[in-house]
Design a protein around this ligand. Structure first.
Ligand code: AAL
Length: 373
């Protein structure tokens, strides 16, 4: 595999066979011009996913009163893996978004209402020890008093930062129109100090991200903090989810939104990782380009690199070089994702699980991929 192909903007891979000179059908044209390899198996950004149940979490709570969902990236510190996630333990199951008016200070509307951010550690990535709360709900009316959820971790210059959705109202009312808050610590075990103000503001009225900033996902790229996030054009057109980018020099801001936002036309809880000199994205669940892996050589202008199936939902991969900014991203081989009940989280709750994949240059073995399908 050579490092660059001048004919294929955006993809640092090479087509092994030359394009014939005769006229080609549209499908064959795009097979040469649009995809990084003639077959998915030859493409390091193609993978299948394997799922494994985690040990150490209580899975026997199918009455909807305990949930664990929306895991962060996994990091490795002090000889252990760490993951943070949304944790809810309420007396009753959620009443559901449509019945949000029935929610109270103790009765949740959604699976992620009335939640805190908890964390767990593991030596092998399969058996986890739940450590308890990292970010509690602050007292009313502080930012996030209603619920703090959907967090992700940044390690920057020896300090730790958790970004998360800060709800000021029950989800299902206008609570989901929430912005992003941040807490910082000197150790992954805390204690965490909240900044106590919004760090990424919703867009101005009329902007694509005016209604919400969700699923914050920071990496360090080109020596800056690149924080990707999801928003949706709530209402018009109805709930079309896309992914934007906000960039900062300091983890506590100010974050400047990229002028080309949204940078992905799809995605829900999109997961990014440095890949070679660019950024790869697992574009999950929503939008015209859902269930693709994409690549942007500049972290901004993404192209489809592969189509995949059974993607991890709300993936929080272990990205060993997420914060290295060394222009030589190696990719990912596993992480934690969640499984929300297929019929309705209003009747049950979500669980964390492990996914394994091969979106890694270090584990890229075209021979293996050839024989395993
Ligand atoms: C998830 C995430 C965000 C939403 C809710 C909790 O799928 O996209 O976190 O607000 O659902």
């Amino acid at each position: 595999m050579s490092d660059s192909n001048p004919d294929q903007k955006g993809f640092p891979f090479v087509l092994p066979k030359e394009k014939p000179s005769r006229e080609l059908s549209a499908a064959m044209e795009r097979n040469y011009n649009q995809y990084p390899a003639p077959r998915p198996e030859d493409n390091p950004l193609y993978t299948q996913f394997k799922y494994t149940e985690l040990k150490g979490f209580d899975y026997n709570n199918f009455d909807g009163t305990i949930t664990r969902r929306d895991p962060s990236k996994v990091i490795f510190e002090n000889g252990k893996y760490y993951v943070w996630y949304t944790y809810r333990h309420t007396e009753t199951k959620p009443v559901g978004l449509r019945n949000a008016a029935q929610a109270t200070d103790t009765i949740p509307s959604a699976d992620w209402d009335l939640s805190e951010i908890w964390y767990a550690t593991s030596e092998d990535g399969f058996t986890w020890e739940e450590q308890g709360v990292a970010i509690p709900r602050p007292p009313k009316p502080e930012v996030g008093w209603r619920s703090v959820t959907t967090t992700d971790i940044l390690v920057y210059k020896g300090k730790y930062y958790l970004y998360y959705q800060a709800f000021m109202e029950a989800s299902g009312l206008r609570g989901d129109d929430c912005p992003v808050a941040v807490s910082h610590a000197d150790s992954p075990d805390g204690p965490w100090t909240p900044l106590n103000k919004v760090v990424i503001e919703n867009g101005e009225a009329g902007e694509w991200d005016q209604y919400s900033i969700h699923d914050p996902y920071p990496i360090v790229y080109q020596d800056k903090i690149y924080l990707y996030y999801k928003s949706d054009f709530d209402g018009d057109p109805e709930l079309v989810r896309m992914t934007g980018l906000a960039i900062a020099d300091d983890p506590l801001g100010p974050f400047k939104k990229h002028p080309l936002n949204p940078v992905l036309n799809s995605g829900h809880e999109t997961a990014m990782f440095p890949f070679k000199g660019g950024v790869a994205a697992m574009v999950i669940k929503d939008g015209n380009e859902h269930f693709t892996v994409q690549y942007a050589e500049d972290g901004v202008n993404f192209e489809i690199a592969s189509m995949v199936e059974l993607m991890p939902i709300a993936a929080g991969p272990y990205v060993p070089d997420a914060f290295d900014s060394n222009g030589n991203g190696r990719g990912i081989t596993w992480g934690i994702s969640h499984l929300a009940p297929a019929y309705s989280w209003e009747k049950s709750a979500s669980i964390l699980m492990r996914f394994d994949c091969s979106l890694s240059l270090d584990h890229y073995d075209p021979e293996m991929k050839k024989h395993h399908h």
